[in-house]
Design a protein. Structure first.
Length: 85
């Protein structure tokens, strides 16, 4: 997309354009390394008011937009990997 952030719908997402995605939503409970970022951990997002999560919003010149919570996860793309112990 040309943006510096990657966003995809998670299992708790409502009205997230599922009809536009080829794959199922991401089930965060199936990941051992998924972590929602708190206010002290924001990387690109920010906390507002009484929020305890980093939130993000991005809009594009053609008019579409998305908003999300900021999270981190470990992703392995192909090949062998060794789990840290």
């Amino acid at each position: 997309t040309g943006s510096s952030a990657i966003a995809f719908p998670c299992d708790e997402c409502e009205d997230c354009g599922q009809e536009s995605h080829m794959d199922d939503v991401f089930n965060t409970t199936l990941s051992e390394t998924f972590h929602e970022l708190g206010c002290s951990e924001c990387f690109k997002g920010r906390c507002e008011g009484n929020d305890e999560q980093c939130t993000m919003f991005l809009s594009y010149a053609e008019g579409s937009s998305w908003n999300a919570i900021e999270a981190s996860d470990h992703v392995y793309i192909g090949g062998f990997h060794q789990k840290n112990r």
